[in-house]
Write a protein that binds this ligand. Structure first.
Ligand code: AMP
Ligand code: ZN
Length: 479
């Protein structure tokens, strides 16, 4: 497995700490709003990485957090808490907001075939996501360690991590602290007692501007709530143990959130947080940044409301490399949907034994799946993996099909890697088969009006029938 490691700015051979295990952490959603297609790209990228690791022989231990407290409107220490803001907007409690958007997020993940994390079980919510609010003790312990070791200091408003105390701070982004200082000169800093503009809060007190913060917990320093960056470090420590092998996120986290996560762990525990840092590039919409004001930050619901299949979006993501920007247009989604229908047309041939079925040589399926895996193992070469698949699909001449068992093995193997639901496709119904047979009889009798009528009857049911040298073939024209 080769992966581009942002930390070393190059593609590297992946060497996990344990020979057959890969520990993986992904920064999850802040549950105050719906995920948009940019966030969803991150989820599919993570899932593809996990599937590629599994296929290359690793047992993947995967944790993902859910930020249900403490993420302020900016990545720095300014502004409102996103959850509180969502609650005010919707006239709900913060807990209701968190629950609503967590459920919506989980539904999106299921629709896109993104596997849930697997190294934590929430006793309260009965799922496998690690919520920040369930790791308050761990976060408090980290703050204690940071204070004890002299990496943090307390003001009236908060406890801050002192970025000047850690020589390696900022190595991920390659930005020197001195450069960042210049950039930060104009930023608003509410807490005058903060030593350095890039110091960041690990614990806020419910005083001053956060006096009415709904979510707060007792701590050795009084009531308060954790800073956003802290949860990821504490959750990793509590569920996977650090260092982990791989940490992922979008490129927007290279500048602040990930350096802060790294700094906390290194300072508190004396070793790095993760060995490989992998980041996905952004989704653009019509070549511009997604934003609420432009009304172009689409959710999965926006996409399905327009009649698109969620997996058409997954396929669209796979058609680009995760480290390239991907420009979303409705036309490109439409093209991906047609490609997906073509793939389903191929997989549906499993049920058409009336065509000439070939049995593949014994090792052909293994070799084919191996070649797809090899493409994915090369820094997630999803475009190459799909090219291999399309070449394979187009090899089957008109009128030919494969043995049903071979189809089962092929499609099950592909679904483990690409998760496009090619396997287990249902057959058409018995009455539909009767209509196809009646059309054949009409054609044999050269009764063209009858045959055309049957064809349009089938079309109304979403089945296109074409005639091959070996008899009729049906294809679904919709999902
Ligand atoms: P957030 O909830 O803002 O932390 O975002 C969740 C994940 O989506 C993070 O890993 C972000 O880096 C990523 N992300 C945010 N916006 C985009 C975008 N436009 N394209 C791709 N990934 C994004
Ligand atoms: Zn994080």
């Amino acid at each position: 497995m080769r992966l581009y490691n942002t930390l070393h700015r190059q593609v590297q051979n992946f060497k996990p700490q344990q020979p057959k295990t890969a520990t993986l952490y992904t920064c999850g959603p802040t549950v105050y709003n719906y995920y948009h297609i940019g966030n969803l790209r991150n989820a599919v990228f993570n899932d593809t990485l996990r599937r590629a690791l599994t296929a290359t022989g690793y047992e993947v231990k995967h944790t993902m957090n859910i930020t249900d407290v403490g993420h302020l409107v900016s990545d720095a220490d300014e502004g409102e808490d996103k959850l509180e803001k969502g609650a005010a907007r919707e006239g709900k409690t913060v807990w209701e907001v968190a629950e609503h958007y967590t459920d919506a997020f989980k539904q999106d993940m299921a629709a896109l075939n993104v596997q849930a994390p697997n190294s934590y079980k929430s006793p309260k919510y009965h799922d496998t996501y690690a919520r920040a609010t369930e790791f308050i003790d761990e976060q408090i312990k980290m703050v204690e360690a940071l204070l004890e070791k002299g990496y943090a200091y307390q003001t009236e408003q908060a406890i801050y991590f002192d970025v000047t105390k850690l020589a390696s701070y900022g190595e991920l982004s390659g930005q020197k602290l001195a450069d960042k200082e210049v950039a930060a000169r104009d930023e608003v800093v509410t807490d005058k007692e903060k030593h350095h503009p890039y110091d960041f809060a690990v614990w806020f007190f419910t005083v001053g501007r956060y006096k009415d913060h709904t979510m707060h917990w007792p701590s050795p320093w009084g009531q308060g709530f954790p800073g956003w960056h802290l949860e990821c470090s504490a959750i990793i420590h509590g569920t996977l143990g650090d260092p982990i092998d791989i940490h992922t996120g979008g490129v927007d986290h290279i500048g602040t959130h990930h350096p802060n996560e790294m700094a906390q762990t290194e300072a508190a525990f004396g070793h790095p947080l993760a060995n490989y840092w992998i980041h996905n590039e952004f989704i653009l919409v019509d070549n511009t940044k997604m934003s609420k004001s432009k009304n172009n930050s689409y959710t999965l619901k926006d996409i399905t409301d327009k009649g698109f299949h969620p997996l058409a979006l997954r396929l669209l993501y796979l058609q680009a490399h995760y480290r390239s920007e991907l420009n979303f247009t409705w036309e490109s989604l439409e093209a991906a949907q047609n490609t997906l229908l073509n793939l389903y047309g191929w997989a549906d041939l499993k049920h058409q034994a009336n065509l000439a079925a070939v049995r593949l040589p014994d090792d052909e399926i293994d070799k084919f799946l191996e070649s797809v895996t090899t493409a994915l193992a090369d820094d997630l070469g999803t475009t190459e993996a799909l090219a291999i698949l399309f070449r394979y699909v187009s090899k089957l001449a008109p009128g030919m099909t494969l043995d049903a068992e071979d189809f089962d093995r092929l499609t099950a193997g592909l679904d483990e890697l690409l998760a496009l639901n090619l396997s287990g496709r249902p057959d058409i119904t018995a009455p539909q088969k009767v209509l196809i047979a009646e059309r054949e009889t009409a054609r044999d009798a050269r009764d063209w009006p009858a045959s055309d009528k049957l064809r349009s009857q089938l079309a109304k049911q979403g089945l296109e029938v074409s005639d091959t040298p070996n008899g009729p073939r049906w294809r679904r024209s919709s999902f």
